[in-house]
Design a protein around this ligand. Structure first.
Ligand SMILES: C[S@@+](CC[C@H](N)C(=O)[O-])C[C@H]1O[C@@H](n2cnc3c(N)ncnc32)[C@H](O)[C@@H]1O
Length: 264
């Protein structure tokens, strides 16, 4: 992990980007409404399951924002991430959570959770497409009968290569600018992610950037992958403040994938 003073490399770093990013991640996501996402997940859980228990796993949990907030809805949190640096932040934020250092496509829990989530398009970090299928299959295995999986996804055909997200913050006397953008070549299963941080202060300007390969997929393709595993799938518009059916045209959606209850 680098200190702000070490944010000097314009050259993409090999390895896990989130090792370098962990110290800045919460600032990077300052505009993400985690409370709204958690309220949404709790509402969906109440509507889509009859489960009386609330054992909860967040895939690609990052610094544990969802783990902490879901406790207010009586969920018992567990988090999985492949970055030890991100998990260290999650442990500080949510000391009661069980944390698992593991790849999305490699966890082995069986019928352990009533709710599994994967927010901020993190399902696309499973790469290549075969790994996404494996992640979905393992999620099925990890859910109790009647449990649900909530995640958001983007359709590769809707990626706008000229757009990105920029967050600007002031940190003491310095101006920090965080930028993330996707690039899709128009075919194939590679979705490029570029992240960068720029820090401007009286002493000068520093820049860090990195690249990561994610998986490009279409929303109908994801729906078929889930259904082939056995999930009952509902797709919603990508708006956590409401709950409205996917209009079949937008390129972002929230998936509610239900594992049917056991037949008595
Ligand atoms: C965009 S962050 C999302 C974090 C959190 N879900 C949130 O909403 O703030 C993506 C997270 O996925 C983790 N990650 C990336 N690839 C992964 C993989 N193959 N297996 C497990 N975790 C992964 C990263 O370490 C990072 O914490």
């Amino acid at each position: 992990m680098k200190s702000p003073e070490e944010l000097t490399s314009p050259v993409p770093q090999p390895g896990n980007i989130y090792a370098d990013l962990a110290a800045y991640y919460d600032q990077f996501c300052a505009e993400v409404d985690y409370a709204e996402q958690c309220a949404f997940a709790a509402r969906v859980f109440t509507l889509f399951t009859t489960s009386s228990k609330r054992d909860y796993l967040d895939l690609a949990c990052g610094t544990g924002q969802h783990l902490q907030l879901m406790q207010a809805y009586d969920f018992v949190p567990s988090g999985l991430d492949n970055s030890a640096f991100m998990l260290a932040k999650a442990a500080e934020r949510c000391p009661s959570a069980q944390l698992l250092l593991c790849d999305l496509a490699a966890f082995e829990q069986v019928e352990a959770f009533d709710l599994v989530t994967c927010f901020l398009y993190s399902i696309h970090y499973s790469h290549p497409l075969a790994a996404v299928t494996e992640t979905l299959r393992r999620t099925w295995q990890a859910l109790k009968p009647g449990g649900i999986f909530i995640f958001n996804a983007v359709d590769a055909r809707g990626i706008r290569n000229d757009s990105g997200i920029t967050t600007q913050l002031t940190d003491g006397g310095a101006q920090l600018s965080f930028q993330s953008s996707w690039y899709y070549r128009g075919e194939g299963e590679v979705l490029d992610l570029t992240l960068s941080i720029r820090r401007e202060s009286a002493t000068g300007s520093e820049h860090w950037s990195d690249h990561h390969t994610m998986t490009a997929v279409t929303l109908p393709q994801l729906m078929v992958m889930l259904e082939n595993i056995g999930f009952e799938v509902t797709m919603l518009e990508h708006d956590y403040s409401v709950m409205s059916a996917w209009n079949r045209e937008s390129f972002n959606a929230i998936f509610i994938a239900c594992k049917p209850p056991a037949i008595p």
